[in-house]
Ligand binder design. Sequence first.
Ligand SMILES: Nc1ncnc2c1ncn2[C@@H]1O[C@H](COP(=O)(O)OP(=O)(O)OP(=O)(O)O)[C@@H](O)[C@H]1O
Ligand SMILES: [Mg+2]
Length: 258
Amino acid sequence: MAGPVISARELSLVFQTADAPVYALSKVNLEVDEGDFVSFIGPSGCGKTTLLRVIADLEQATSGSITVNGMTPQDARLKRAYGYVFQAPALYPWRTVERNVGLPLEIMGFADSAERISRNLELVNLKGFEKKYPWQLSGGMQQRVSIARALAFDPKLLLMDEPFGALDEIVRDMLNQQLLDLWDRTKKTVVFVTHSIPEAVFLSTKIVVMSPRPGRIIDVIETNFPRKRSLDIRETPEFLAIAHRVREGLKAGHSYED
Ligand SMILES: Nc1ncnc2c1ncn2[C@@H]1O[C@H](COP(=O)(O)OP(=O)(O)OP(=O)(O)O)[C@@H](O)[C@H]1O
Ligand SMILES: [Mg+2]
């Protein structure tokens, strides 16, 4: 596809509430190219989820413009251009793994579901767990089931809102490596929300540092690690320098607020 996967220009969003309006996003400019792995990082309440939801057409911007795959977010949603992974796995406990993964396909009446389900479970390393129920799986495995479900329609764009936020560091490390492997194998474009500096630096080709309310972009850092990378890169001077720059950006955002 020619052109950026996501292009946002001067995007602002104000929530009208019963008391005061909430300025969630302010003049956000963002470009995500095909094959990018972009992370949004920033303090709680800075608008990361809101920005992801605008991309997904679950929320509408108050002003500014945004395109997804060159279309309005609404058209992109109707064409199932993206898969969305929520912070909590949100699986149906009475459905087996394969029936959770197949749910979007079932709703749309897809005929070749079995093959897609099997391929997507393979991508998240859950072959052999088809007949298990969510409660028989660990938190990390449940989140992998949600990722497989988000891949149902083979979208080129994967939107992930703190998918590993609730998991311990060891499991998170493992899932980060598996996610990079999936990204490398499928060539998808990923937009990923996180609170974790090491996670953002390890995963991303582009790190978007956001300030507290109203959410603004204060720094965009491009990284240059090889697509196939191991956790060892976290010890390199390059990695530490980028982590430092993210930390400085987050600090600067805070002092601006005070
Ligand atoms: N539907 C809504 N109505 C009113 N205010 C909202 C709504 N949704 C979000 N907000 C507010 O907008 C701001 C941004 O929220 P958002 O959920 O995008 O933050 P976040 O960066 O994802 O935070 P966290 O890291 O805690 O998930 C917050 O102040 C939040 O309270
Ligand atoms: Mg959030």
